[in-house]
Write a protein that binds this ligand. Structure first.
Ligand code: IMP
Ligand code: MG
Length: 176
């Protein structure tokens, strides 16, 4: 268990379980891009850990690009999306795999996906480390999912609560 500002989080997914699943996911993803150039677009900040594990699990060459959109404050998504680091124009004509830490309402990923399409990517798919299917309000489920989880707030493996928990190697879930 870890605590921060009076909130307690219990372990949901161990580092070793995550390692196994991310390697499986990389193999699954690779099959879709055989013989094609691939650009992984990492959505900062939360997906920096997932992206680094995923791209290193690939047995192939991959380009990595970054973008940052803020949509989220405290424990609830705000629904308002602000561009902080835009999707680079250099994705035009490329197969793009968006790497996201977690899809909750789906609002953020839908927004980023539409920007990637507007910038003329050759194809767009989404890989999300975590997915809360019961919370999805918009768009379709991610093409590739590490783990489906319940509606509870989680931290670790890149994800934070109020700046806390990004460097935890396991996933922890808010108690109650
Ligand atoms: P959305 O509701 O799908 O738009 O989620 C937007 C963003 O909120 C995600 O990419 C995460 O960065 C963050 N987020 C959503 N749920 C959680 C959570 O349980 N823990 C930490 N961050 C979260
Ligand atoms: Mg995110």
């Amino acid at each position: 268990m870890v605590t921060h500002k009076g909130k307690a989080f219990t372990k949901l997914l161990s580092a070793s379980k995550i390692f196994v699943r991310v390697n499986e996911l990389a193999a699954e993803i690779e099959k879709h891009y055989i013989g094609e150039a691939l650009c992984v677009l990492s959505v900062l900040d939360g997906s920096f850990v997932f992206t680094s594990d995923l791209v290193r699990a690939f047995g192939r060459d991959v380009e990595v690009a970054f973008c940052k959109y803020s949509s989220y404050h405290g424990q609830k998504s705000s629904g308002k999306i602000t561009e902080i680091l835009p999707v680079p124009d250099s994705i035009a004509g490329k197969h793009v795999l968006i790497a996201e830490d977690i899809v909750d309402t789906g609002l953020t990923i839908k927004h980023i996906e539409s920007i990637v399409r507007t910038k003329n990517a050759k194809s767009v798919r989404i890989a999300s480390f975590l997915f809360k299917p019961t919370k999805l309000q918009t768009g379709t489920p991610p093409d590739f999912v590490g783990f489906e989880i319940s509606d509870k707030f989680v931290i670790g493996y890149g994800m934070d609560y109020d700046g806390f928990g990004r460097n935890l190697a396991a996933i922890y879930q808010l108690r109650f």
